[in-house]
Design a protein around this ligand. Structure first.
Ligand code: SAM
Length: 203
């Protein structure tokens, strides 16, 4: 019961527990955030989108690299409010654009972004290939998607991921990427066999 509750909070944080969970994720996902930051190549011309930004911690980090445009989407109303609170405190409400939406229908025109990124969300997408196809649509040609995620072995370390998590091996993600029109460009092994950041490029 508790495991099911925790897994549903991870996939769709709600209320006070959801906010607490997001704070724990900020700590637990720090190495993945760092991997994504290492892979990002932001210039003053870069437009970027984070999928499933949680409480907005990584968007705040990325903002410091001064992209031209910085956006995020998340399905959770609680996370929208938590991120807005952080951005308000930092004086960045007008600068960081966030929408309540999911990978099922990304609310941006074709070829809007140079970079799309996500940390620990692919387990909750309704369909990996459909999500990748949507990301491909909103990316410019040559643009990249950076995905930080834990593999089957990595998720097994957290017993609540037994429920509600779709699990992928590194090879599953790469195969789906190639099948949806991307080329695999680079990868960082965050924890041996357990967590990776993978950069794929829109062909
Ligand atoms: C495990 S949390 C990770 C939060 C943050 N990215 C981090 O690493 O700290 C998953 C987040 O993805 C969001 N989410 C789940 N499914 C989503 C989807 N299909 N599209 C966009 N966001 C989604 C959830 O609301 C939640 O905020």
């Amino acid at each position: 019961m508790i495991k099911q509750f925790l897994s549903s909070q991870a996939g769709h944080p709600k209320g006070m527990i959801g906010r607490l969970f997001a704070l724990l994720m900020n700590k637990g996902n720090k190495d993945v955030y760092d991997g994504i930051m290492d892979m990002l190549d932001v210039t003053p011309q870069t437009s970027l989108l984070e999928i499933g930004f949680g409480n907005g911690q990584l968007l705040l980090e990325i903002e410091k690299t001064h992209p031209k445009r910085i956006c995020g989407i998340d399905i959770s109303e609680t996370m929208m409010a938590a991120a807005q609170k952080k951005f308000k405190k930092a004086g960045l409400t007008d600068r960081i654009e966030i929408d309540r939406a999911g990978t099922e229908a990304i609310p941006f025109d074709d070829e809007t972004f140079d970079t799309v990124l996500t940390s620990n969300t692919i387990y909750f997408w309704k369909d990996l290939r459909q999500g990748l196809t949507e990301i491909h649509r909103v990316l410019r040609k040559g643009g990249c998607f950076i995905n930080g995620f834990a593999t089957v072995k990595g998720l097994k370390d957290h017993s609540f991921t037994e429920y509600n998590f779709k699990k992928y091996e590194l090879a599953d993600f790469k195969k789906a990427s190639i099948e949806t029109g991307f080329k695999v460009e680079d990868q960082i092994e965050i924890i041996k066999d357990k967590a990776y950041c993978v950069k794929i490029i829109k062909q």
